[in-house]
Ligand binder design. Structure first.
Ligand SMILES: Nc1nc2c(c(=O)[nH]1)N=C([C@H](O)[C@H](O)COP(=O)(O)OP(=O)(O)OP(=O)(O)O)CN2
Length: 371
C-alpha cells in the first residue's frame, strides 16, 4: 500500500499584538496578548533530518527557532497586521526560506483555546472556532443492550471550519473573523443547549454524523465559506462532514517505551525512553441510513483493542515487525494492522507530545482534516 507520511511539529509563544484595521472599540484593536500555539505539517524527503527517524525532533527545533523572534515580543514589530492568518503566513514563509523546510502541507496558528487558522497546501486560510453545548440523546436504532440506546447526555463540541479565501463571494469587506462565526453559531446554541436532541426536528436519530450533517445543511446557506463541520460527541470521538463525505475518528492514549534504533550512539533518543502517545484513528465510510452512523465508535474500539493491547504499556522496540520506534514508523505499523481489521481506517495520527508526531495516510492526496 502506498501511503503519505506527514511529519508534524509544534511550538508555543507568548506575544502581544494590536489589530489596527479592526474598528476602534473592538476588543482586539487595542494592545492585548495571547499564548499562541503554532503547528506545521510537512512531507519531508528522505535524508532531510540528521538521521532517519529524527524528522519530528528536527522539524520541532526549526519551528521553535523560526517563532523565537515572536516570543515575549510585540508581533506588530515583525508582522504588519498580526492576525492569526498573517502570523501563519509569516511562519510558513520563514520556514521555507530561512529554515529550509520543504514540502509544507499545513501551518496552523491557535491564538485561543477554542479558535485558530489553518493554512492549507494551496495557501488557503481555514478559520476555525469551537463551540460547546450540553444536551441529552438516545440512539433509537441500536441493537438491544447497546449503551447508546439508553437516554444519556454529553458535553458536545462543534468546530466550524470556514475557508476564508471563499469570503469574497459573500461581499464582506474583510475576510471571515471569529465574531462572524459567533454570530452564525448563536441561534444554534439556543436551539441545542440544554435540550434533548431527539425532540428536535431532523434529529430523531442524533448520532455525531447526523448532527454534523444537520448543522451543515442549516449553516452552509448562512456561511458559504463553511468547509467542515466537526462534532465531538465525547473528548475522544466524533465526526466530520464536508457536505458530501463523512469521516469519524476515535482517539486513544498509549503509554509505551521506545528506542530510535537509527539515532547516533550518543543521542538520548537511541536509548530506552517513552511517551504518552495520542493515537487518532480516522475512518471514512458511507453513512448507514438506518443506524445513522458510518462505523460504531464502540465497534472501532472493540476491533482495534487487540492492536491497542499489543502497543500500550509495552516496550515497542521488542515488536519484531516494527522497523523503528519513531512516530512515523509506529503510525505506519498501526495503519497496516488497523486496516486488516477495520478497512475503513484511512489515516493514523500518532503524537508523542502535543502537535509533535506523524500522520500516515492511505490516500496520497490527503486533504486538510480539521481534527
Ligand atoms: N459512528 C458513531 N458511533 C457511535 C455514536 C455515533 O454518534 N456515531 N454514538 C454512540 C453513543 O452515543 C456513545 O455515547 C458514544 O460511544 P463511545 O465511543 O463508546 O464513547 P465513550 O466516550 O463512552 O467511549 P470510551 O472510549 O469508552 O470512553 C456510540 N457509537
Amino acid at each position: 500500500m502506498k501511503t503519505l507520511t506527514l511529519y508534524s511539529a509544534s511550538s508555543g509563544f507568548e506575544s502581544a499584538c494590536q489589530l489596527t484595521t479592526l474598528p476602534m472599540g473592538h476588543r482586539s484593536h487595542g494592545l492585548h496578548g495571547h499564548s499562541y500555539f503554532a503547528t506545521v505539517r510537512a512531507d519531508l524527503p528522505a535524508g532531510w533530518a540528521p538521521f532517519p527517524g529524527g524528522e519530528v525532533e528536527e522539524l520541532r527545533q526549526r519551528l521553535e527557532a523560526c517563532v523565537q523572534p515572536l516570543d515575549h515580543a510585540l508581533l506588530n514589530r515583525c508582522i504588519e497586521e498580526p492576525t492569526d492568518e498573517n502570523i501563519a503566513r509569516w511562519i510558513r514563509e520563514r520556514l521555507e526560506t530561512e529554515f529550509h523546510v520543504p514540502g509544507i502541507q499545513q501551518v496552523g496558528i491557535q491564538s485561543m483555546q477554542h479558535a485558530g487558522v489553518d493554512l492549507d497546501v494551496q495557501g488557503m486560510a481555514h478559520v476555525w472556532r469551537r463551540y460547546r453545548f450540553q444536551a441529552a440523546h438516545q440512539l433509537p436504532n441500536v441493537p438491544a443492550g447497546h449503551k447508546c440506546g439508553r437516554m444519556h447526555g454529553h458535553g458536545f463540541e462543534v468546530i466550524m471550519h470556514a475557508n476564508q479565501d471563499l469570503a469574497g463571494a459573500t461581499g464582506r469587506a474583510i475576510s471571515i473573523d471569529y465574531d462572524h462565526l459567533d454570530e452564525v453559531w448563536a441561534p444554534f446554541h439556543m436551539l441545542l443547549n440544554y435540550q434533548c436532541l431527539n425532540q428536535i426536528d431532523g434529529l430523531s436519530n442524533p448520532t455525531s454524523e447526523v448532527i454534523s450533517a444537520w448543522l451543515w445543511e442549516r449553516i452552509k446557506p448562512l456561511l458559504p465559506e463553511l468547509s467542515w463541520i466537526t462534532v465531538y460527541e465525547t473528548g475522544s470521538c466524533g465526526a466530520n462532514f464536508d457536505g458530501s463525505n463523512y469521516r469519524i475518528w476515535k482517539e486513544l492514549t498509549l503509554d509505551s517505551a521506545i528506542q530510535l534504533k537509527r539515532a547516533p550512539t550518543d543521542s538520548p533518543l537511541r536509548g530506552i525512553h517513552g511517551h504518552t502517545y495520542t493515537l487518532r484513528l480516522h475512518l471514512s465510510a458511507a453513512l448507514d441510513e438506518v443506524m445513522g452512523w458510518t462505523v460504531d465508535f464502540g465497534d472501532v474500539k472493540t476491533l482495534f483493542d487487540p492492536i491497542f493491547k499489543a502497543i500500550d504499556h509495552r516496550p515497542l522496540f521488542e515488536i519484531a515487525d516494527l522497523p523503528d520506534g519513531d512516530t512515523a514508523s509506529l503510525a505506519a505499523w498501526v495503519l497496516d494492522k488497523g486496516r486488516a481489521v477495520l478497512p475503513q481506517i484511512d489515516r493514523i495520527d500518532m503524537y508523542e507530545t502535543r502537535g509533535c508526531g506523524a500522520i500516515v495516510s492511505a490516500s496520497r492526496d490527503d486533504t486538510l482534516i480539521p481534527v
